[in-house]
Design a protein around this ligand. Structure first.
Ligand code: PMP
Length: 438
């Protein structure tokens, strides 16, 4: 069977001799926080949390330094939506690398950067769209927050508990996922964010709406994920975001949809927020856009983006690598693949099949399966179960992510090329992991 479509092949322990040597080198050279985190997780769950060390990835498969093969149910944090190392992206990057690897960004751009801007504008929901390119999801959020500030002149941002928008300073200030991320840096953050409740059910919608500020006069933006990802694959109950957006719009706030994870087909549609009728003013994309290379963008209508026209001297927001030719070529190839292979439909069908198969197997400990397209959350009964199951699944050859502030959710964002056999294998592994009482 071709690498990409294969089932797992894992020999324990994980990591084994070769992998362990890499982990030791890692521990001696990486930021100590990450080694400490692994140790803490091991203490809390009673199991090793040493990582596997990747050497190769294709389609839905990953190989590690010990020669094990896995099925990646995360798509590498949602990046490899079209599969790892898609041949069309590899070829586009190879071709681009042979001609132009770097240009002069916003000063003297490359043709391929302009093509990507045009393409993103065409994909966006506005006739008069404008796009700003960058590298990470956090970059795109930063661009959106700055745009809102310029457009309204107001620093306040409404955001939500459980939200995750990235960890550079702008996005960090509006991320509600965990206090721990912001706490040590609070004095360097402008604390103009208001964290409203994110309701877990319809019953909580009124209370959540009541948690919005009474006086919106100092607020210039509201930012939300159409479905909270890292916060635990938490869907907004019907009517909630609609009411938030209506209120925001009535007071002139810029509406920012963070589609870094949910956009570009993951939820079976280009823009989950647009599909839901939320009509955002700005859309942020990243992750899947570059098909494996770091490319992100903030898109908006000309009406909002016009705010950037006001400064009369140098461009006040730029970056050395923003819109770099390699990333732009990779993004154009990825968007081609998504369009030509009709991956929106495939994501919807494949995600539905995965959620159905899990529900039918009803694995012990899974109390709810939430999904839209290939964005799936398994609610576990107990805090930390997400961590435990992630480790048990890794040992069975499936990569998943724990999510939710309590680590009580298993987050699945598989590549759209996941085969039926890989899906079935995952469901069997999940049942045995949960049943093993891990
Ligand atoms: N927004 C969302 C919804 C995300 O899921 C993430 C990353 N997990 C980010 C923003 C930040 O992206 P990055 O890590 O590329 O900065």
């Amino acid at each position: 069977m071709d690498l990409g479509e294969a089932l797992p092949d894992v020999r324990r322990p994980i990591p084994n001799e070769a992998g362990r040597a890499w982990v030791e080198r890692l521990a001696a050279s990486e930021c100590p926080a990450l080694t400490t985190r692994r140790k803490r997780r091991a203490e809390r769950t009673g199991a090793s949390h040493d990582p596997i060390v990747w050497t190769e990835a294709r389609g839905a498969n990953v190989l590690d330094a010990d020669g094990n093969r896995y099925v990646d149910m995360t798509s590498g944090f949602g990046v490899a939506f079209i599969g790892h190392g898609h041949p069309a992206v590899v070829e586009a990057v190879r071709r681009q690398a042979g001609t132009l690897m770097h240009a002069l960004g916003d000063l003297h751009p490359s043709t391929v950067k302009i093509e990507l801007l045009e393409r993103l504008c065409r994909l966006s929901p506005w006739d008069d769209a404008r796009a700003m390119l960058s590298l990470s999801g956090a970059d795109a959020i930063t661009a959106a927050l700055k745009t809102a500030m310029l457009a309204t002149g107001k620093p306040g941002v409404i955001t939500f508990e459980g939200s995750y928008h990235g960890l550079s300073y702008g996005p960090l200030a509006v991320s509600g996922y965990s206090d721990r991320f912001a706490k040590p840096f609070v004095e360097q953050l402008g604390t103009r964010a208001h964290f409203a409740h994110w309701p877990r059910s319809r019953d909580e919608v009124s209370a959540a709406l009541a948690s919005l500020p009474n006086d919106l006069s100092a607020f210039g933006a509201v930012i939300f994920e159409p479905i909270q990802g890292r916060g635990g694959v938490r869907f907004p109950p019907a009517g909630f975001l609609e009411a938030v957006v209506e209120r925001a719009r009535a007071h002139g706030l810029v509406v920012i949809a963070d589609e870094v994870l949910s956009g570009l087909g993951r939820c079976g549609t280009w823009w989950r927020s647009v599909q839901a009728g939320l009509a955002p003013d700005l859309l942020c994309v990243g992750k899947a856009l570059g098909g494996g290379l770091p490319v992100s963008a903030c898109l908006g209508s000309e009406t909002v983006m016009r705010a950037w026209g006001a400064p009369d001297q140098e461009a006040i927001h730029t970056g050395t690598f923003f819109g770099d030719p390699l990333g732009a070529a990779a993004a154009l190839a990825s968007l081609d693949v998504i369009e030509k292979e009709d991956l929106l439909t495939r994501a919807k069908e494949s995600g539905d099949a995965l959620a159905l198969a899990i529900r039918e197997a009803s694995p012990a400990g899974v109390t709810e399966v939430r999904h839209e397209g290939m964005m799936v959350g398994l609610q576990m009964r107990e805090p930390l179960d997400g961590l435990r199951i992630a480790r048990a699944l890794l040992e069975r050859g499936y990569l998943v992510l724990p999510a939710g502030a309590q680590a009580d959710v298993v987050q699945l964002t598989p590549p759209v090329c996941l085969t039926g056999a890989q899906r079935e294998g995952f469901v069997t592994a999940l049942s045995s992991s949960a049943g093993a009482g891990v």
